[in-house]
Design a protein around this ligand. Structure first.
Ligand code: 5GP
Length: 188
């Protein structure tokens, strides 16, 4: 029998994890994707409130911290990001597997609270490819991109803290690899 599990997926900004996850979710509608909250502004024309993120003011975010509304929250490149507690707990109580897409420090916090969670790092083929992908996105200023790239280099050094590493070279292969990890883990 399959068993619902909590999956924590990380990968540096621009590694393509968003696209990989969208395709995994298309294959597995039973999975619950946790929509994080953030104080970052939406990327114009690309992001909708409540879909990629709940876009909150800093005041609203801080109020949610006070109400213990997050499983974890962290600062990433000047903005706050957090995992809302209630939807995740509800999904798990209903027996659904849950996916959190969060950065490496958040992963450690989640592992502390949920030691049985499954951790997967999605890596770019190289830092050069990542720099090209970030440049191609054109959603950030050069200064912000450089900050993200420095943070990406730091995050890449953490990849061995994860149970699985998937290199996103060809999209289809990365989706297939993640799918296999998911199927194997819920059957354990
Ligand atoms: P982006 O601004 O590119 O959407 O996300 C920046 C980073 O924040 C990514 O590494 C992403 O995984 C991470 N992130 C998104 N949501 C959360 C969250 O709820 N908690 C934590 N700790 N990190 C998050």
């Amino acid at each position: 029998m399959s068993k619902a599990k909590l999956f924590v997926i990380s990968g540096p900004s621009g590694c393509g994890k968003g696209t990989v996850l969208v395709q995994l979710l298309e294959r597995h509608p039973e999975l619950f994707y946790s929509v994080s909250a953030t104080t970052r502004a939406p990327r114009a024309g690309m992001e909708t409130d409540g879909v990629q993120y709940h876009f909150l003011s800093r005041e609203a975010f801080e109020e949610m911290i006070r109400r213990d509304g997050f499983i974890e929250y962290k600062q990433y490149c000047d903005n706050l990001y957090g995992t809302p507690r209630q939807p995740v707990e509800d999904a798990m109580a209903a027996g659904r597997s849950v996916i959190l897409e969060i950065e490496t420090e958040g992963m450690r916090e989640v592992v502390r609270q949920y030691p049985d969670c499954v951790t997967v790092f999605i890596a770019p083929p190289s830092l050069e490819v990542l720099a090209q992908r970030l440049a191609g996105r054109q959603s950030e200023s050069e200064e912000k991109r450089n900050k993200r790239l420095r943070r990406a280099a730091e995050e890449l050094m953490r990849k061995n803290d994860y149970q699985y590493v998937v290199v996103n070279d060809a999209l289809e292969d990365a989706v297939e690899a993640l799918d296999q990890i998911y199927c194997a883990e819920i059957e354990k």
